[in-house]
Design a protein. Structure first.
Length: 404
């Protein structure tokens, strides 16, 4: 009987099924009205109240700014780097538990836990509930951030009302309910003004394009004559995109002078906001500034991003080893003292260079090259040496080179 079967035989000692708190949440429609800096300031005041902090307004604002293409792509770029990395589960002596690692790496609920650990940096906190699932043992359900007050540990089934539960005192806490809390308002709070200013500049620039491309039309007529005024209004409506129309000889028509700008001020504001978003999420501006970019700058920027990704992996390891895996041990899934480790990323280009340099002096196993670089290699077959090239061995009779 392998170790995985032994562990899953402990189901009879697993805790009782949890209460489904996610099902008690009252669904709410997300407001899609236009947000501005005043709305952000009001949401901040509500979130930072000392006696009754509420974050639903701030979370709804986060959902609004996540519609920005650059912000969402930067978050996904950082998130997927960690989700695509390999990890192993080891016992308390450092031996790899390959079967458990394989099961957890293929479980959707476990991958969801890793994902939400990383996203907690952007929201400031996340509360995840594990529910029984017939196929995969568990289902990970994220409690909506708007229904949580992490400052006082309150869960609101309906965030528009005051009824709440203190979720840190529930029996399911740290067993079925897992909290990932940074103690801050999250990185998205710092991105709010950048995205709002960017949306404002983009809206103004589109209006400028409309005015600059089609200048306002001016029709001069007798405004005291109601009949002529009504005919002029109808004439301007019917003109549309037509290039001609007929007016009275007493009337005058002309185009107003267009705005003497091409929108540089809006373009500069949008670029500045994009750069600030990239610096906030990725630590550098990668692949955007093509005018002033160069290879060395891009390589340095990518290195800064990898350092943030390494920090994300460290945070995942800390939450897993201190919170998740001990709970999974109580559920009979992992042995006591098990821990999660991410495999160290290697610079394959530098490693290959070292292998090439050492080959003339040392033998490199074929299995190592296949495992590290994915190259199928075999030993080179040397042609048979000619008789004249064979040197006498120590067992041969003495050979006098002077006779040659």
């Amino acid at each position: 009987m392998n170790i995985l079967k032994k562990i899953f035989l402990k189901k009879q000692s697993a805790p009782s099924p949890p209460r489904n708190y996610a099902a008690a949440i009252a669904p709410k429609s997300v407001s899609m009205t236009r947000h501005d800096i005043a709305a952000w300031q009001a949401a901040l005041r509500a979130a930072e109240q000392a006696e009754n902090p509420r974050r639903h307004k701030l979370i709804n604002l986060y959902h609004h700014i996540l519609l920005d293409a650059l912000l969402s792509s930067q978050i996904n770029n950082r998130l997927l780097q960690t989700l695509g990395s390999s990890f192993v589960v080891v016992d308390n002596q450092g031996n790899e538990l390959s079967e458990i690692t394989q099961v957890l790496s293929k479980s959707k609920w476990f991958i969801t836990l890793i994902k939400e650990i990383i996203l907690s940096q952007f929201y400031g906190y996340t509360l995840v509930e594990l529910l029984p699932h017939p196929a995969e043992r568990f289902e990970a359900v994220v409690i909506p951030h708007a229904n949580i007050d992490p400052k006082l540990g309150r869960f609101f089934p309906d965030y528009s009302k005051d009824n709440h539960l203190l979720y840190r005192t529930l029996p399911e806490f740290n067993l079925y309910l897992f909290e990932f809390n940074t103690g801050e308002l999250g990185l998205l709070n710092k991105a709010v003004p950048c995205v709002l200013f960017k949306k404002f500049a983009t809206s103004c620039w589109s209006e400028l394009c409309e005015i600059y491309g089609i200048p306002p039309r001016v029709l001069k007529t007798n405004t005291q004559d109601n009949a002529m005024l009504a005919r002029a209004e109808q004439m301007m409506k019917d003109m549309g995109a037509a290039s001609w129309f007929i007016i009275d000889e007493t009337e005058s028509f002309e185009f107003a002078q267009g705005v003497p700008t091409n929108g540089d001020v809006y373009a500069q504001l949008i670029d500045r906001c994009n750069n600030e978003i990239s610096l906030l999420i990725s630590g550098a501006i990668i692949g955007q500034d093509t005018r002033h970019g160069n290879r060395s700058k891009e390589e340095t920027s990518i290195q800064l991003l990898y350092e943030l990704i390494d920090a994300d992996k460290k945070m995942v390891e800390q939450y897993m080893n201190a919170l998740i895996l001990p709970a999974l041990h109580r559920h009979g899934i992992t042995p006591e003292g098990a821990s999660l480790r991410y495999k160290q990323m290697e610079d394959l280009e530098a490693l290959w260079k070292k292998v090439v340099e050492v080959l003339p002096y040392k033998n490199v196993p074929n299995e190592y090259i296949k495992e590290k670089f994915g190259i199928e290699v075999t030993d080179k077959t040397l042609p048979p040496a000619s008789q004249s090239a064979v040197w006498p061995s120590a067992d041969d009779d003495f050979f006098d080179f002077r006779s040659v």
